[in-house]
Design a protein around this ligand. Structure first.
Ligand code: MG
Length: 296
């Protein structure tokens, strides 16, 4: 059998993702600085991706498939007790809440207040559920009355100081999510979000990285996560085509090296389409990403 046929056989047996990982060859394992805590891959998924009618049903499937956390939506407000009950029967924790809708950085003061009040309500529920944070996008492209550049940054920092103080009391945090330029021009890179967190200087404010947007905006996955450093508290996982990890050529190894370098302690969570049967694909994703983590 030719090498090529042997490779194709490997694909059909192990699944395309796993074969691509091994085809990438032996990689240098990343060295980390002394004193950096050991990072671990804690797998999570957005709730909507998981098959099942009820939250307990979804949690049971995720536990069986090797997931550690679940990312919930803003519908947690008013449902805290019911969700706590479901979590009490599961090993899974709440990774993050997606999301507290904006826009935030706009001229309309009433809209800014609406966004802030909404974020505070979600933060209160998120804290009761032990969530690492509540995701926010300062403004999507096309938001009415959106401020730009320096004006937007200054306003955002003021708003984040107030939200940060509320988040500390609620025992959670707001997480800035940089997007790609097709969705939001204002905040596109993790290092920029980290400099905003630094200037806000509140333990209630952090950021997250999304592998899908990072492919478009970052020069280096590893460099982006190192720039994010201590402010990084959540990660979204998706392939180039924004489907499940392992479904195309997107490698997670360089990014995972960055997470190991900073001693990342929070979750990596699916935010992607799933091609194929979810019951089959969702456990395969965990195996694929654990392989990529090992390689990093
Ligand atoms: Mg995302």
């Amino acid at each position: 059998m030719s090498d090529r046929r042997a490779f194709l056989k490997g694909v059909s047996v192990a699944g395309a993702g796993v074969a691509m990982a091994s085809a990438a060859g032996a990689a240098t394992k990343v060295a980390v600085l002394d004193g950096t805590p050991a990072a671990a891959l804690k797998m999570s998924s957005q709730q909507g991706i998981i098959p099942g009618g009820s939250l307990p049903e979804k949690l049971a499937k995720m536990e069986k498939w090797g997931y550690d956390g679940i990312e919930l939506d803003a519908g947690i407000v008013g449902r805290v007790e019911e969700i706590q009950k479901a979590l009490a029967n599961s090993k899974l924790k709440v990774s993050a809440i997606c999301a507290a809708d904006g826009p935030y950085i706009v001229t309309d003061e009433a809209q800014r207040k609406r966004a802030m009040d909404n974020a505070k309500r979600i933060l209160d529920a998120a804290g009761q559920l032990g969530s690492t944070g509540v995701i926010m996008v300062p403004a999507f492209n096309g938001a009415q009355g959106q401020l730009l550049a320096g004006e937007a940054r200054k306003l955002l920092i003021d708003m984040l100081r107030e939200l940060g103080a509320h988040a500390v009391q609620a025992k959670s945090r707001m997480l800035l999510e940089p997007l790609n330029r097709g969705e939001a021009y204002f905040l596109r890179q993790l290092g920029d979000a980290a400099s905003i967190c630094r200037d806000v200087d509140s333990p209630g404010i952090g950021l997250m990285g999304d592998f899908y947007h990072m492919r478009i905006e970052e020069n280096s996955d590893m460099g982006a996560f190192i720039s994010a450093g201590k402010y990084l508290h959540h990660v979204h996982l998706a392939s180039w085509q924004r489907n499940q990890p392992g479904s195309d050529q997107r490698s997670f190894v360089d990014g995972f090296r960055g997470l190991k370098w900073i001693g990342y302690q929070d979750y990596c969570s699916l935010e992607c389409g799933i091609k194929g049967d979810r019951e089959v694909e969702l456990p395969k994703i965990v195996t694929f990403l654990r392989g990529q983590w090992e390689e990093a």
